[in-house]
Design a protein around this ligand. Sequence first.
Ligand code: ATP
Ligand code: MG
Ligand code: MG
Ligand code: MG
Length: 475
Amino acid sequence: METAEIRRRWLSFFEERGHTVVPSAPLVHEDPNLLFVNAGMVPFKPYFLGQETPQFTRATSVQKCVRTLDIEEVGKTTRHGTFFQMNGNFSFGDYFKEGAIALAWELVTRSQSEGGYGFDEKDLYASVYHEDEEAIAIWKKVAGLPDDRIVRLGKKDNYWNMGVPGPGGPCSEILIDRGPEFGAERDWEAGDRYLEFWNLVFMQDDLSAVRSKEDFDIAGGLPKKNIDTGMGLERVAYLLQGVDNIYEIDEVFPVISVAEDLSGRRYGANHEDDVRFRVVADHVRSALMLIGDGVTPGNEGRGYVLRRLIRRAVRSMRLLGVDAPTLAELLPVSKDRMKASYPELEAGFGRISQIAYAEEDAFRRTLSAGTTILDTAVAKAKSAGRSSLGGDEAFALHDTYGFPIDLTLEMAAEQGLQVDEAGFRRLMGEQRDRAKADAKAKKSAHGDTQVYRQVADAVGREVEFTGYDQTVTDA
Ligand code: ATP
Ligand code: MG
Ligand code: MG
Ligand code: MG
């Protein structure tokens, strides 16, 4: 089933059941504490916090998301994209646990010929918060799940809060067993055998204090209980398309095909190259979507994330043996796959591609300038009889020429030298601390978001917003 069809079925399923279809918000949200929208609920946050009243009690969306924290996972797991789409259904004081579980179970198990996704019931598991007896009883009643397919997990995986006082609650996730070739029996942690693809959050608690994800006080129950769910569109696509991971789905794989042609290497031939192919396809798509939503490359915050994505894509192509510019071949392919769902990409492509290609050019210049500096440093080290480059030299290459450390390591190794990586990391850490101190000063100077300020007012102090896995300053 094509990704576009999975999306279409989602929206019509929930629309037919009384949900208002809400278009995706842009990736850049007004909340300055959030780097990018990273979950379907973000645009609905004011409703969940009770700051605004929605025109509806049920809504559904397919939200564009970017999670920079997942960048190192890309290409290595089967399931993490930097950009992905989260299908959501939401209830604002309307249906609760039983309604949410029944809807999810119906859509997931209904046959494809009857408009569902047609997953085989016997492969499905539900994780629950270990104390949520109510959810356990509903999974048994509504889905007929036996005890051994209900997995009790703790706060880390199955309790949700926003990092600030306010709504919180247990969650329940639907997992699918992909089979013994993908991991050990009942190993829920690893994630690629028992693939989590849909998270149902039951907002029922009123949290009076939140110290961390796993450390909070529940003051009582919420007067109005809410539902927030998120299903990974790409994860369902890879399951239903019979491929091995999210990089092989119809919306992503064509970029890998072009990268194969450009490099003369074949996807599937060796693991290292496969990871590079996947990184290229993922990052090209993320760059496309980010520039489409107005982000431009820069040295901090959002712009730096975009810069890093483009550079990693260029660098991965280089490791696949292609030194020539490639974005002009890759980006249009990604755009052609995404434009059915995001027609604005077609209209904006002149601007988008110009920005992307200019960044590629700049990085290619960086690479050649940095290479000259690196060669000089190598020659100096060798004539001094040293066997490694100093941390300060690696840091200067990074700081001045944007030379990633892995590139320095690899190119030094090609010339028989090591690099003082510990020294490099220490200097990076010092720089990060300085940037954090700067950002903090800036933040208190400019004030915070509405949400943030109201919460801070309510508790009478500055609140550190930690509810999401990324903030503007952690890039
Ligand atoms: P995982 O444990 O696999 O990292 P998660 O628990 O962080 O996933 P949630 O925060 O529960 O994910 O998000 C809801 C859903 O969004 C997930 O069940 C998954 O289907 C999807 N999702 C989350 N992160 C990604 C990602 N980086 N790429 C693709 N889909 C994702
Ligand atoms: Mg995750
Ligand atoms: Mg998880
Ligand atoms: Mg989850």
